[in-house]
Structures are given as C-alpha cells and as structure tokens.
Design a protein around this ligand. Sequence first.
Ligand code: GAL
Length: 808
Amino acid sequence: MMKFSRILIVFLIFTQAFFSQVREVKDLDANWKFHKGAIENAFQVNFNDSKWETVTVPHDWAIKGPFDKDIDKQVVAITQNGEKVASEKTGRTGSLPHIGTAWYRNKFTLPKNSKNKKIILLFEGAMSEPQVYLNGKKIGEWAYGYSYFYFDVSEVIQEGENTLAVQLTNEAFASRWYPGAGLYRKVSLIVKNKESINQWGTFITTPFVTSNEAKVNVKTKVSVPNSRLITTIFDAEGNKVTTLESSLSFGNEFDQNIKVDKPKLWSPETPYLYTAVSQLFVDSQLRDEVSTRFGIRDIKYEANKGFSLNGNVTKFKGVCLHHDLGPLGAAVNKAALRRQLTILKDMGCNAIRSSHNMPSFEQLELCDEMGFLFLAESFDEWKKPKVENGYHRFFDEYAEKDIVNLVHATRNHPSIVMWSSGNEVPDQWGEAGVKRAKWLQDIFHREDPTRPVTVGMDQVKAVMESGFGALLDIPGLNYRVHLYDEAFNKFPQGFILGSETASTVSSRGIYKFPVVQEKNKQYDDFQSSSYDLEACSWSNVPDEDFVLQDDKPWVIGEFVWTGFDYLGEPTPYDEKWPSRSSYFGISDLAGLPKDRFYLYRSRWNTKDETLHILPNWNWEGREGETTPVFVYTNYDSAELFINGKSMGIQKKNNATPQNRYRLMWMDVKYQPGTVKVVAFDNEGKPVAEEEIKTAGKPHRIVLEADRSTIKADGKDLSYITVSVVDKDGIPCPTATNQLKFSVKGEGVYKAACNGDATSLELFHLPTMKLFSGKLVVLVQSKTKAGTMELTVSGKGLKTEKLVVSTSN
Ligand code: GAL
C-alpha cells in the first residue's frame, strides 16, 4: 500500500509538471535498454529486452573498448596526407569497437490528455544512420551521425506507455577519426499545443548595434494564422527590458523589430546574454511560450581590415576541436566541455572550430556563456569520397537538410560568427566542386543572411585556379603558410583565415635529443618530442603561423589543429600499433597541458604572466650532455641559471621564427639540480622568476581537483589530477607508477586518462599508470547530495584520499 501511494504521488507530480505549462520538454535520459548487434524484431512493442544492458543517454557504446588493432586496420594511401603508396594503418578511428549495428529501447509514459497535443521527438545527434520506431511503427530515419533532427510524432504517440526503439549502424571506414557510437547526444520529447511556435522557429538577429541602442529583430514561425505574439526581452539578471506585441504576421511568420536602449554587448570578454520570451496567443489564450537566449553583437568582415566584433578588430586565437571527450568518448557531458573551455580560456584562446561537423548544443551554450567565438562546421566530405563509407554516400539526399537543421537549431547563439560548409573536401578539384561550394554557401545564406561561410582548403593552388576560393565569403587556408601571400593576392576577399594551422605533434613530458626541427619524425617509443619542433610533411610548428598572424594585418586569425588530443588519427604513428590517439593537441587527451600550451598562452593570454621552463630536469645518464632549455614567456628576455650558474641572457629576436617567440638556451649541459629563470621587463628589471628541480624517487601521491564541489545531478564531474612527488615534495616528471582508484560515498569512479597515445589501458577500469608523472581521474556525482571520497594507491607510495562534495 505504502509503495503504491508513493508511485501515485510520483505520477501526479509528473503529470502536473508535464501540463502546468503550455509546453514541456522531457529528456529521455534514464532507463534505456541497449544491445549491440543486429536484431530483426527489436522495434516491436512486445519485444523482450529485459536481458539487455540498462544505460543512460548520452551513451557511447564503444568507449569501454577494448582497444583492438584489427578494428580499424586498413591498407590505404592517405592521399589527404600526400601519400601515394598504400600501407597498413591502424588506430585511425581509435581502435575502439564502434563498428556495427546496435539497438536502444526506451519506454516512457505520457499522461492523460496528451491527445490534441503536438509532440516532437528530438535527437541532438545519433551515431549513425538512425532508424527510429515508435510503438512498433517506423517514424523516420536520418543518416549523418552529427546532425540534429526531429520527427513530429503526434500521430503515433499515445497516452500511457510508449515504446521508442532506435537502430544505429556504423559502417567501417566511415570516418577519419573516432566518431563514437550510439545515442551520444541528448534525446528529448517536446509536448506543446497544436497551435504553437514551430520547432527552431525563432530567429533573433541584431542588425543595428551602437552603444546607445540596438535593433533586435525577432522572426517567429508559428503553426497558426490569426494569432498574436508578445515578445519580451529580459536582461541577464532577469529584469524585463522591453516588450512588443504583434498581431500582424506574414504567412506563418511574425517579424518584429525591438529596440533595446544602452545594450550590453556580447563579446568573449563580456559574454552578456539576454533572453527573449515569445508568447503565442490565440483568442487571448496563451498557447505557447518559448525562451531564447541571445546576445547583442555586431560582426563585420572587411577587406584589409578583417573581422570586427562590435567595431573592434579581433583576430581569431582559435583551436579546432573534435567532438570526443577523451576518456568519456563521444558521449556529451557539459562538465567535460566546461573544463575544456576553462583550460582554453586560461590559454587566452577566444575561438573554437567544431571540426569537422555540427557542434553539440551544450558546447554552444557554454561558448555563449563563457565567451568564445565559434566557427560551426558541417562536413568533412561532400560528394567525392575521402574514406570508403564517408558522407559522400548521403551528400545528394541530405546535404541541404543537414545544413538547414544546423542553421535553424543554432543560429541564435551569439558565439557563432561563421559557418563552414566543408573541410579539405576532394571536391576542391574540378568544376562540379565549384558548383557544390556555391550551392552549399547559398543554402547557408538563404537560411542565415547574417553570417559568412568558409571552407577549410588545402588544395590552395587548385582553388586559386578554379574560382572555388574566390566565391567563398571567407577563404580558409589549412596549413600552406608559404601560399598565404599568393592566395591573398589572387582572391578577391581581401583577407585570409588560417582555418587550420600548425598540426605540430608532441607527447606531454617527452623530450628527444638532439633538439632539431623535423617533419614526420618517428621514435622507437612512438612518442613525439615536446620541444615543439616536430610537424607533418604538410604542416608546421606554431611560430610560423605566429609570424603570419603578427605581420600580415589581412590574416584574420587561426584555428590551431588541435586544442586537445583526440581519439584516432595517431599521425605520425598511424602505421605503428599501439598508437591510437592523436599527438596534435596543445593539451593531451586527459586535458593536461603540454609545453605548447604555454607557448600559445605566452602570446594569447595578454593579461596573465606566463613563465614556463622545459624540458623537465630528470636526465639520469645525460650528465654533461647538451640538453637545451626553452622558456615560453610573455616577457622579452630572461636569464637562465643552472645550479646558480648563469647560462646568459636570451632576448627574443627576429633571427628565426623560434627566436621571435621562444627563449632558447641551446648549449646547456645537463647537471642534476635546479634550473631557474629570471625574466626581465622592458627596462631590463627582473620581474618574475621560476624554477624546476631534479626529483628523487616517487614517494607520495598528490591529488588536486578542478572543482571540489559539484552538482548532485548524476552527471557532473570533478577532474582530479594525480601526480607523485619525492620525499621533499618535488614533482616526479618521469614517474610511471601503476595506481589504483576507488570511490565511496555519494559519487562514482567514472574514468581515468594519462594522455599516453600508446596506452591500451581502458579508461573505465579503476587502475592506470602515470604517464610523465601524471594522470587525471574523473569522479561523477550521484543524485543525492553529500560527499564522496576518492582513494588513490600505488605500490611503495603513501595512499592518498580526497573528498569531493556534491550539492543540489
Ligand atoms: C588536416 C585535416 C584534419 C587533420 C589534420 C592533421 O588536413 O583537415 O582533419 O587530419 O590535417 O594534420
């Protein structure tokens, strides 16, 4: 009896919440049943899924591995990388078991009086080729795993219990990186009245912006003629700013111009957000209400001047990001995304490119809030293939639909300042490709006349000849620093974007000797040197981009490949198992900064001091050998001391790109002890110092949480950096101790990652080796507030504990 009444109360609360407002959004996140493998009748309502695994969505079915060389083994020549002869490649899509068919099933209940409602089933991404069934009937399908799409299920959905079944299929060789697998983004149900505002039907732009006033244009598509729309604008503090009522619509669209006095403008430095609440009335009855967050900002792209935001010329200090979240795989998690952006903000980064596909809604929301400019990309392939089962299979049928959904779903984010219709598409060659570029750009323009379109181009000579580059709003060059001047002269736009730059490779905390610039360099341990002088045949080290950015006012910024390491594409070791993740990141797969982080920080973060020494100073066996010391700093000059002895003063100079941006003492001979650097200001006064020391044996574990209180929502994460120090507290930079983790209390152990691109240890198991003295443990909250305790232990080390609180 007790139990029954509890169920009744929960049901009543749920029913009330569901219909107390004119529209409700219900996340379908809990209690999904999951099965890997093709099953013929799994869409049927009475199919018995009781033996299937229970999972929550977002979910990535492949991230728990195991890593397996054979999963993505292929014998190919990657023409993209200039290869002519085929060879065996592994790890290109992460070597995780993402290929094949799988099913998800979810039973959910709709309360009584759901009849006469309009009900939308929204997928924010499904990897991939989703076939969607509701109550045993097929309601639709999609193809591209990164697209947002929805179905109107009003006719098929029923009061009481409903059964949703989704079949997903990942073909082999469908991607150039780890795509993830499954319902890796949110699924939700939107229940509203038949007379309502259309899905993604609101489009807010700010066509006139001064510090005194702004014109906010709100276009709203509705399902019903003869209605009335009231749009009210609220400021970030929730105060009403202004309101406008309209009863005049054009077709099914209202078009309102609303004046905001003394607007607070959105920018990366001041990410101020307003909210527009749109209320739809029919016969004086409120029928629908939608809230849309937006920013007031003005963007312009002008010849020779470049990009201006609110009248200020602004260069893109950007990074490219793939969508995977390292140890979490592709399953979207807001805490993980927020941490990435926090790390990037500290580096001074102001822009993100969602390479090479649609970003998650969560990432865009965070970029709006935290202040990042956003280049939202769509495709890595058009009609001509790069990989056997890539997007070219869907291009004709889906390209327009995919772009329309991208634009409609995300156009109100002030962070988005540019679209990209493609990346290094082989269609850069040939006349048909020129037409395709124009066709796609026109679709973007039709759907959003306020933002320009780019393509990341690598076939620069070809696109200069064919007209492909000239027709784009923004010519984006991927690498090819030697062609910037020529492209600027040939193209009519009057500026060039570094849509993809650097592709420098390095492994955190790994240094190789002698210290020389190299292309495609390989070592026996399958790591790359963190002196930041190694790149690919097609790419370059960061300093070469810096020269262009600093010396050419018409270069409007860069998007570095990449902000973080990602699963897959282990260049330069794609022929060398067990390399399975990238070396390109400024930070590693765990989000731990490599040395390169400080090189970018020294240039991009103009507010905070950067003074960073490399390499580490633990080189037993190298005594007396040449061990160059680099310092990445915002200061112009500095003096270096080894065990108190001066190695001289270095000053940035124009001899080479490296001399311009790094301080380098090339002749230092290694002796254990202390490396100290003293930096000088412009008048030569010592203003800052930093030192590193040779460490003894690992003695004690050190735990440091990025956030010590997290939300008790069952989703939030704390990232705990684990390192070891010697008996004097000096960090041990080469430690590789095997550690064990356990969590008790109101939280769970989620994953660990050490950033080693060759590690086959599984992220979700509670043990991992340190890599270059560090790793990161992720702990996740439960839904009850309280505390959890993480214990980390390792042989011969003092066990360490850390408490993380969770609150509602
Ligand atoms: C680019 C490509 C990226 C990545 C990168 C590696 O050509 O656009 O997706 O493959 O090279 O350097």
